[in-house]
Write a protein that binds this ligand. Sequence first.
Ligand code: HEM
Ligand SMILES: *[C@@H]1O[C@H](CO)[C@@H](O)[C@H](O)[C@H]1NC(C)=O
Ligand SMILES: *[C@@H]1O[C@H](CO)[C@@H](O)[C@H](O)[C@H]1NC(C)=O
Ligand SMILES: *[C@@H]1O[C@H](CO)[C@@H](O)[C@H](O)[C@H]1NC(C)=O
Ligand SMILES: *[C@@H]1O[C@H](CO)[C@@H](O)[C@H](O)[C@H]1NC(C)=O
Length: 387
Amino acid sequence: MALLLILTISHADQSHGSSLKHGRSKPGYGRKSHGSVHGIKGHGSNGRHMGHGRNKPPRFNLPIISGPPLDLSPIIGPPSTPTPTTPSGLQVGFYKGLCPNKLVDIEAALTTKVQEHFRKDPSILPALLRMQFHDCFVHGCDASILINGLSSEKTAGPNLSVRGYDLIDALKDIAEAQCPGVVSCADIIAIATKEVLRMGGGPNYSIQTGRRDGLISRAQDVNLPSPFLTVSETISAFNAKKFTTEEIVILLGCHTVGVSSCGFFQDRLYQGTTQFDPIMDPTLRKQLMPICPKGTTANNSTFLDQNSQSSNIVDNSFFVQILEQRGILPIDQSLARDPKTVSFVKQFAQSASLFNSKLASAMVKLQALDVLTGSQGEIRKTCNRFN
Ligand code: HEM
Ligand SMILES: *[C@@H]1O[C@H](CO)[C@@H](O)[C@H](O)[C@H]1NC(C)=O
Ligand SMILES: *[C@@H]1O[C@H](CO)[C@@H](O)[C@H](O)[C@H]1NC(C)=O
Ligand SMILES: *[C@@H]1O[C@H](CO)[C@@H](O)[C@H](O)[C@H]1NC(C)=O
Ligand SMILES: *[C@@H]1O[C@H](CO)[C@@H](O)[C@H](O)[C@H]1NC(C)=O
């Protein structure tokens, strides 16, 4: 039975991030610079690894969305608790009939290309998930992360290992060939992310479209939570975007795929550092030490989900792992230890279906975060530059 999902995005709050307590205030993740940590083994990364974190005070105003009533599209599983909401203005099947050849199903054409790419390179899954998160958390899901330039979001420290730009460009080429000027880059990211998530074992949900591309992309606006924040600080960062604690926990469950570079977990391994984690699973510690020797800036990485059977699969084993003290990122491990989050962690670890349905709801919400719709923004001709 398909239940309706009520989005809980409010655009009324203009004080985005002003309550963030990113007390650690150096560049990168604040606690220390990870600029010298390079490369993601086996993931073809060549970018720098600064993680998601930044700490510039936010200063931009977000648009008040007053689009048409929300399309209440069915998704699998029960919805998250409905809360009064401002409609996002998105709808399922927005592009139907919008191409010059009205029979062209551009969403299907894009999806097919995504599937081909995933079959050749499944590491596109973590890449796009991360790209989607980074895009949506800064100025909303408006493809601002794609803009090239000396001080665009891409160039900010935490663009870290964001990858997947080439696939987005290839998808945009398909869209422009069949349907010029119609399909936003923001929707291309959303459609592609949704599809790789499903192919990687995650939930299948109806993707909403109708996003427009943003006109602003500034490195200084990139203010992503750091993996070194406490659970409380992380909750504050997400509360500023109207996410509940349960939604934060399930979204961090995206760390069921992908890798982390050494610099984000190194100090948890060794006695005498402020981050030393004495209750990390000893077997895991032994495995990680040679990958990430003390005091070095090793160009090495490890899976965020340490269940070796499913490190590349979207499933709830990440939650089982962190309950066994086998988390990699400090914030991931903290979720399983903090009284505010541990009960959610246990529920998701116990129930694959709950994991799936809550992840679907949270992804719909993330992908609708502060979107531009209607006549706002633009439809970029090329994803990496403004028209
Ligand atoms: C408090 C929130 C979050 C923090 C602090 C955080 C932090 C990080 C860090 C430090 C890495 C490793 C980066 C590197 O080594 O280069 C990472 C990787 C990743 N993150 Fe997050 N993250 C957060 C939320 C999310 C969310 C909400 C999603 C998905 C919607 C996500 C998806 C991913 C994925 C898939 C990877 C692996 C990337 C790859 O293998 O290429 N993260 N994250
Ligand atoms: C780090 O490792 C990756 C892949 O293993 C490699 O492509 C990259 O060149 C390395 N970077 C450095 C600075 O050694
Ligand atoms: C990410 O940022 C670094 C600078 O921190 C920059 O050198 C790199 O080109 C950026 N990556 C992309 C894909 O733009
Ligand atoms: C995924 O969900 C969509 C929309 O409900 C449906 O049309 C499609 O057939 C589903 N795909 C799979 C592989 O289950
Ligand atoms: C990277 O990890 C491998 C083991 O997987 C280890 O042999 C190597 O020394 C590590 N590199 C560095 C720079 O520590």
